[in-house]
Design a protein around this ligand. Structure first.
Ligand code: FAD
Ligand code: MLT
Ligand code: ZN
Length: 430
């Protein structure tokens, strides 16, 4: 696009949202073009901040007719490079869609704008004596739109399910400005194939999520207890699983030592072990009496500080994968044995066989990705457990997805976004 036609598009976009919501100065757009880890930095002609679904529709119509690509963005906490403009796309920041509707106590649900943070939804539900099923350390920045677009998991999937399970309905705007909406909050409906469910996990490539109807859960009686146990193997940790468990997380000794050193937290246990398992449970969990364990709610700080601590040590290569539960010990040993250069940190969501393999100061990122994902495939695992594909795993997604599924997904993309203006670098990018 020539700079003259680009200027004409920008001025049409300004007409829609007003001058104040079109950011073009380098210092103003800097936080929108760089991802949270610092591994990917792109560039953009402008960041546009719509304040309503009608504005999103108008903006997409303009971009669509000018064949100008857009990247939808929420809190920009995504970890696979999917939220930043790699090839000069317009950034559509949805954070101003921050309306929170009233809680529907009859249907145990509420409707919120895509830009509302997870923390705000949790707080809103809590004040009504309810809770939202998703929790993650990025809660104060990650948005409802972003977590739906990535089908985020987090720490309570074992008891509440992933984001897909919390979504009762959506409002979405397609690339050409068409609005699709179903926000009635009915938890059961048999109305044919559901186009809105396909938006869950679509990472901004099929449309822009503008609002969501979310399921809320009753609060259980009594405060859950939090226990940290030192274990020799992750298989040992899996034995603590039971119906009373709300969360079961693990981290290795490298993570714990880094968090203690860089966050100034005290040593939580007297003895050292290869792995630590944190359990949040409504009743005392099934931990043997002679285990080295400690009970304290503040223990979550160790687990939740890991991501920021690792980021402070250098730009990490982050792999988010999962393997079958009976193979977690084999995988943990094998991944530590890989020659990745640098320091490897392992942590994750144990009940789902999820591993966050983080490498700081290692070989070049592509080599690290290839070695870890080759191993995952050898262990019959999944290459993307909860963060999505983004640009980080696009190659591996194409290589490992069954051809008929890949073809189906391509046809859906072709039907909804034939001009490839919706987040073109993700999944199908170069
Ligand atoms: P963004 O980063 O802005 O975008 C992510 C993707 O969604 C992009 O492809 C973007 O184009 C698309 N998108 C964003 N908004 C919309 C929209 N309205 N419509 C359509 N597409 C959209 N993830 C987990 O799954 N589990 C965790 O436990 C977890 N913990 C984290 C802890 C920390 C400290 C950090 C920094 C990240 C963590 N994450 C975790 C990753 C991240 O928070 C999630 O991927 C989250 O879902 C991203 O939300 P966001 O609003 O920041 O989206
Ligand atoms: C986590 O579980 O802490 C997140 O998914 C973030 C990360 O992988 O760093
Ligand atoms: Zn995670």
């Amino acid at each position: 696009m020539t700079s003259r036609s680009e200027e004409a598009v920008l001025s049409a976009l300004r007409e829609v949202v007003g001058e104040a919501h079109v950011l073009v100065e380098p210092d103003m757009v800097a936080g929108y073009v760089r991802d949270w880890t610092g591994r990917w930095t792109g560039h953009t002609a402008a960041v546009i901040r719509p304040g309503s679904v009608e504005e999103v529709q108008a903006l997409l119509r303009i971009c669509h007719s000018a064949r100008m690509a857009v990247v939808p963005q929420g809190g920009n906490t995504g970890l696979v490079g999917g939220s930043v403009p790699h090839h000069g796309e317009i950034v559509l920041s949805l954070r101003r869609l921050d309306q929170i509707g009233p809680i529907d106590t009859g249907k145990l649900s509420l409707t919120v704008g895509a830009g509302v943070t997870i923390g705000s939804v949790q707080e809103h539900a809590r004040r009504a004596g309810l809770r939202y099923g998703i929790d993650l350390a990025s809660r104060d920045s990650a948005t409802i739109g972003g977590t739906i677009a990535t089908n985020a998991g987090g720490t309570h999937v074992v008891s509440n399910g992933d984001t897909r399970r919390q979504v009762l309905g959506l409002e979405v705007v397609l690339a050409d400005g068409t609005r699709l909406s179903r926000l009635d909050g009915m938890s059961k409906a048999s109305l044919g194939p559901d186009p809105l469910q396909m938006m869950v996990g679509s990472e901004g490539t099929l449309g822009v999520i503008t609002a969501a109807r979310l399921r809320l859960l009753p609060v259980e009686a009594g405060a859950p207890m939090v226990v940290l146990v030192a274990v020799e193997t992750l298989g040992e940790g899996l034995r603590f699983l039971g119906p009373e468990v709300r969360a079961i997380e693990f981290f290795d000794r490298a993570c714990l030592e880094a968090v203690i050193e860089h966050r100034g937290l005290p040593k939580p246990l007297s003895s050292e072990a290869p792995f630590y398992v944190l359990i949040e449970s409504l009743d005392p969990p099934r931990v043997p009496e002679d285990a080295v364990a400690v009970v304290d709610r503040t223990l979550w700080a160790y687990r939740e500080s890991i991501t920021e601590t690792i980021n402070g040590l250098g730009v990490p290569v982050k792999l988010d994968v999962a393997v079958p539960l009976d193979r977690v010990d084999g995988f943990a040993i094998a991944v530590k044995d890989l020659d990745l250069g640098g320091e490897t940190y392992l942590f994750g969501h144990l009940a789902e066989g999820n591993f966050h393999v983080n490498v700081v100061g290692g070989h070049d990122p592509e080599a690290v990705v290839d070695r870890v994902l080759e191993l995952v495939v050898g262990f019959d695992g999944v290459i993307a457990s909860e963060h999505g594909i983004g640009v980080a795993k696009a190659d591996w997604w194409r290589r490992t997805t069954e051809p008929a599924i890949l073809e189906f997904q391509r046809r859906v993309k072709e039907a909804l976004d034939p001009d490839r203006t919706m987040n073109p670098s993700v999944f199908w990018g170069d």
